[in-house]
Unconditional design. Sequence first.
Length: 362
Amino acid sequence: MKREEYDFWLCGIPGIGVKKLLKLRQEFPTAEQVFAAPEEKLRKVSGITRKDVHNIEESRKKYNPVHWNKKLAACQLKCEGFFSDEYPPECRHLHQPPKRLFYRGSLPKEQYRVAVVGARDCSLYGRETARLFSSCLAANGVAVISGLARGIDGWAHQGALEGGGSTYAVLGNSAEICYPKEHERLYHSIIRRGGGIISEYPPGTEARPSYFPMRNRIIGALSDGVLVVEARAKSGSLITADLALEQGKEVFVIPGRVRDALSEGCNNLIKQGACLVTEPEEILDCLGIIPQSERKNLRNLNIRLETKEKMVYDSVSFEPKHISVLAEEQKMEPAEMMRCLLTLLKYGMIREIGNHYYVKRN
C-alpha cells in the first residue's frame, strides 16, 4: 500500500479519536508501522485500551485500499486525513478535530474567509442581506463559508458566486450527496467556480439532525470570522458563533427588529458584545482589506502624496510598527512623523492597531 492509503486507514479506525491517534503516532512514527504493529506492542501504548486494540485489529482485517480508492473515485471525492500535509491547519486546533475531510472541488486556500450563517426560514430582508454581504465580500477576495442549508446559507453561497469569488459548503452528510436536493444547481456551481463541498463523513452517509451541529465547528474553524444574518433565540447559527468566539474569531451580526423572532438571536449576540455591522465594508475594514472600489482612488491619491508621506507609507508594512521605529527609520522628529501618519490615516492607507502601532491596509 501507499503511504496515503495507510494514513487513510489509520484515520478511519472506528472508536479511535485524534488524541489516541496522536499517541499511536508517538509510538509508531508512520501509519504503516501502526498497521504492522503486533497486538502486544499496541497494548503497551499509553491510553490505548483493549477495546482500541480490538478495533485496530478488526479494522486492518477489513481494510481494502482498492475498494476505497474505487469508492472515492466513483463519488468524485478526495480525502485528507489528520496527518496529511493538505489537511487544513485551522482544524487541528479544534477540541474535536475531524479525523478525515472528504471533499469535492477544493479546500479553502484564500487568505481571508468569512462564514455567513443564519435561519433556514429567513425573511426576504435576511435573504437579500446575506446575498449582498456575501457578494461584496467575494468581490474583494474573501471566501464565503457556509452550510448549503435552505435560507441564509444558500443565499450566502449564491451571493458569493454572483460576486465572482469562491465559496465553500460544509455539509452534515457525505460530500457526494447534495442536501437539500433543491440546491443541486448551486452545489455544482460552487465546485465549477473553484470552491468546494466539504464533509467529515465518509461516502454514503445520509444527513442526520445530530450531524448539523457537529459540522458547525468546521465552518467556524475554516473562517476568520462569522457573520450571523438572522437567527432565532435557539439556533444552530448561534452554535457556530459560540464556537467561533471560543476559537478567538470575530463575530459580526446584522441587527434585527425588536420582537422579531428571527432577529432575537442576533440581537442577543449584540447585547453580549458581538460586532454590529450594517455594511459589508465594515467587515472588510476589520479584516484590513480596502474595498475594490476604493483601491483605484488610493492609487491616485498615492501619486499626490508629498514626498515625506510617501516615504512614511513605504516604511509602514503589513507587520505592526511603532511610531518611534518609523521615526527612527525615516530620521524624522516624532511630531513630523505623527503629521504624516495622520494624513495616511485620514485617507485610509494605513491603520492604527493600538498604542501607536501602524500597519498598511491591503
